[in-house]
Design a protein around this ligand. Sequence first.
Ligand code: NAD
Length: 335
Amino acid sequence: MSIAVGVIGMGVMGAKHAQLLQQITRGAHLAAVCDANAARLTDVQAERFDDPLALIRSDKVEAVVIASPDETHEALVLAAISEGKPVLCEKPLAATTRQAERILEAEVIFGRRLVQVGFMRRFDPAYSALRAAHLEGRIGQAVLLHNIHRNAQAPSWFTGAMALTNAFVHEIDISRWMLGEEICEAHIFSGAGDEPLMIQMQSDSGVMISTEVFMNATYGYHVHAELVGREGAVSMATPTQVWLNHGRQHGHGWPDNWLPRFEEAYRQQMHAWVNSIKTGIPSGASSWDGYMASAIAEQLAAEMGQGDAQGRCVPLSQPTPDALYVTHAPISERA
Ligand SMILES: NC(=O)c1ccc[n+]([C@@H]2O[C@H](COP(=O)([O-])OP(=O)(O)OC[C@H]3O[C@@H](n4cnc5c(N)ncnc54)[C@H](O)[C@@H]3O)[C@@H](O)[C@H]2O)c1
């Protein structure tokens, strides 16, 4: 039986998810699409909706991918939960912590995990290899994690503190997932015009985590991580398949955006989500993980908003998850 999936928002990410469902994913197919801009739907072979709530309620749709802008996520995830339909919601789970909290409340009342957040880096082979090296003890006790997050150019819809609430949430999630620990405090430093950002965090056991977020680094999309332990270090290799020799230079190119770099992660994420619907065993980041990422990002955004707050210590709140989010496995063992 193939699961009928509806995709809401057919921009950069929605088109990618739709393509995966149409061309690669086993056990599911693209049944419906919706976009506020009808021109985005003209070439799509699936039922078209102009109202996302009608797509979610349609009896032709069994599961939903949400890839519309951040501020639309809350209402759409809540609608899917009230229909009892599984959701793969693009990150961030919601535009604000309060919105993410309302999603948690609804899912807890429903009594079963229905939401997977699109923190696809958990499915990236390079991040997975770093995490495995740590969990298998190959680098000894972890002491430092260095993250780099550079975009060629911020998306046109980037506003306000989105470098934190939309982009840096990736590093919050991947750091919690890779270390299997919570983050207890942070310091934020910003360049002129709040770019680039340098965020230093500390995990519960004292691992120091540095992250550079540079949304307009111009030369290309570049994500990197290195995990340093007391007996070794493991870092991502250069993400390329060929070396180019040209004009007295040796090297490789950088992509314009995240799609080529995380192609395999998006593919594996979709497979895992479809499989989780079939087996009933959740995969990937939960709405609790989505909430934690947004909550940390929002606390840092509030600190950055103070203007004169360079480098001050921000103690982070340590909320307790509902049993729904801890019954399966501790974060250190989750996929
Ligand atoms: N996981 C990742 O690597 C990754 C990368 C980029 C973006 N994202 C996330 O994906 C989401 C979409 O980003 P994008 O880059 O694809 O943006 P985009 O602007 O390319 O696409 C968004 C689409 O949603 C449509 N839309 C707007 N409001 C809508 C509504 N109410 N109902 C239906 N459609 C609506 C727009 O017309 C547009 O086509 C964002 O939440 C973003 O944070 C995730």
